[in-house]
Design a protein around this ligand. Sequence first.
Ligand SMILES: Cc1ncc(COP(=O)(O)O)c(C=O)c1O
Length: 406
Amino acid sequence: MFRLNQDYLKLPGSYLFSTIGKKAGAYRAAHPDRTVISLGIGDVTQPLVPAVIDALHRAVDEMGHAETFRGYAPDLGYAFLRDVIAGWDYRKRGCEIAPDEIFISDGAKGDSANIQELFSADAQIAVCDPVYPVYVDSNVMAGRTGTYDAEKGTWSRVIYMPCTEENGFCPELPEKEPDLIYLCFPNNPTGSALTKDQLQVWVDYANRIGAVIIYDAAYEAYICEENIPHSIYECEGARTCAIELRSFSKNAGFTGTRLGFVVIPKDLKSGDVMVHSLWARRHGTKYNGAPYIVQRAGEAVYTQQGQEQIRAQVAFYMENARIIRESLKKTGFTVYGGVNAPYIWMKTPDGLSSWEFFDRLLEDANVIGTPGSGFGPSGEGYFRLTAFGSRDNTIEALDRIRRFYE
Ligand SMILES: Cc1ncc(COP(=O)(O)O)c(C=O)c1O
């Protein structure tokens, strides 16, 4: 008789987005005459840019001819893509990352969930609180997180690093020493960013205690301020302690097209074993690569034209972010984020819980956001709005909020 992986059974369930979906569905069914606007989900709405579409068409045509047809991609990804990434994302920023330290993938969600496989079963992880849930859930599935306290919403073997108003949503070094430290900046959900000096503290700490930082830079393209690092490798010493995850989802609208990459410097070692060689082994065994046509689409992102077009798209979303931030502030809300990230993290009014405010906003303004408590206990009392909507919807949603709360 088969038995299931007991670690999967420990997962508390996808409470957050399914509950949001159910509540929104029930509201729509009860009020078919009202238009509900969602600024809740972190998915893009703008189409792929022309440079990417052209590259996709060309690559599709190549696949239809025997001379240019491609089968399985090389294990690490095509050199044409790894070369432009190494040049544009790293060399241009003064970071020393070689093309063969870059592993092309189908996105950062899978990478952020899978990377834990490389580390021992008893490795202790540290995460920010609130947090992108994949980091914790993937470690739950791997049996690394101990027991769940349903009341607190925490795991006994996870080190939580609260990111609060008091510390400016920048985690403090934990009292207990972790083996793996997940950092995501610019941050989902709080929209905060770390300065280079703040990130350097983490790199020095990880090197000192022999920990690995898994640095999720999925929102790197949204950085607008000068002293915010785009890559952890801008920090001294990061090559010996950090893995970086990147995505084409939010900078170039690839949420449905799927492309990302992992950077593992060859200097990151346990004894004399390179972490790089383990990930290469895993890639070779478990993954057959992102599609050729999608890797060509990714290459087009790094052309002059592609860069101009995707920057315009990011600027469009950041204008939404500005509209949301300014409008909420004018209405009297306390608001964070939205400057180097497409997320606005607002404090709920009148001491309402995150879910109470969700219900109130849906009822009063017919607007959906994401309750902060869904991202971890320190998210209670906060609410996330995203800048990924259309301009009209964003303006309309904020007008409605202003009408009810001014
Ligand atoms: C922090 C963070 N990392 C990774 C991802 C997933 O990226 P991808 O679409 O490349 O899988 C998301 C998506 O919302 C995210 O917020």
